[in-house]
Ligand binder design. Structure first.
Ligand code: F6R
Length: 245
């Protein structure tokens, strides 16, 4: 696992945006795995900026997103489809037919089948972007005694519900279940990159960056097993979690 320590979060986002743009420029038909969440928002803003500067062309790119709340209407602003359109897809020349975010309203079995087709129907996901939850989740794979390899419905833990309540009128409105890629799906991407910032991620980053353990209690530690994984973290968090002395 490669670790990149940046001066600050803005620099982390610039680094990740440049990396994604470079991947697209190298292979205009690349298949990207994308993430939502607060951490990723400035990355997408930076990608839109590079697109407006004519540094990249998304017309042949395909994307698959990590997860979506069960029950979320795609055009409702709490959905991850809405998030992706709002932060990225509406501002670049990607063909939305080539983008996949699970449909939270669809029949569960049908949607899991479709999710798998989108992941494995043609080429391999070349790059998977990841944030990390305070519970250590990647996608919505929550910590526990065991993890699930394939696409499935995950029950969200209280810490995730609490962290995501900021997007809802009340914590009671946060959906309790989500479609998510499993950890095996994430690990099958050719390369994976996790970005983290902020004090709420100190404990989880300590587990990822300061020892050699892999544990289902902190799913993000699985990235230590991936042949091409990168963690991007700013100096502040790197110090607070004990990675930098
Ligand atoms: C989002 C996702 C989640 C988030 C994680 C961090 O698609 O899969 O794993 O990346 O919950 O969220 P933020 O960035 O809001 O702290």
């Amino acid at each position: 696992m490669k670790v990149i320590v940046t001066k600050n979060y803005a620099e982390s986002c610039k680094f990740v945006a440049d990396h994604i743009v470079n991947l697209v420029n190298k292979d205009p038909k690349v298949k990207l795995g994308l993430a939502t969440g607060g951490t990723a928002e400035p990355i997408y803003t930076e990608i839109v900026k590079l697109y407006n500067e004519k540094k990249v062309d998304f017309s042949q790119v395909t994307t698959v997103n990590l997860d979506e709340y069960v029950g979320a209407k795609p055009d409702n602003e709490i959905s991850y489809r809405y998030y992706m359109n709002h932060w990225l897809f509406d501002h670049i020349n990607i063909d939305k037919n080539n983008t996949y975010v699970a449909n939270g309203l669809n029949n569960i079995d049908d949607e899991i089948k479709l999710f798998n087709e989108k992941l494995y129907g043609d080429k391999q996901v070349a790059f998977q972007l990841l944030g990390v939850g305070v519970s250590g989740h990647i996608g919505f794979n929550e910590s526990g005694d065991k993890l699930t390899a394939g696409v499935h419905i995950e029950d969200l833990q209280q810490s995730t519900i609490d962290a995501n309540a900021r997007y809802f009128d009340s914590p009671d409105d946060v959906p309790r279940k989500a479609f998510t890629m499993g950890v095996g799906d994430i690990m099958r991407a050719k390369s994976v990159l996790l970005i983290a910032t902020g004090d709420s991620k100190i404990n989880v980053m300590r587990e990822i960056l300061t020892n050699d353990s892999v544990t289902t209690k902190v799913p993000a530690t699985l990235l230590k097993l991936h042949a091409d994984s990168t963690v991007v973290v700013d100096e502040d968090l790197a110090r607070k979690c004990g990675y930098l002395k």
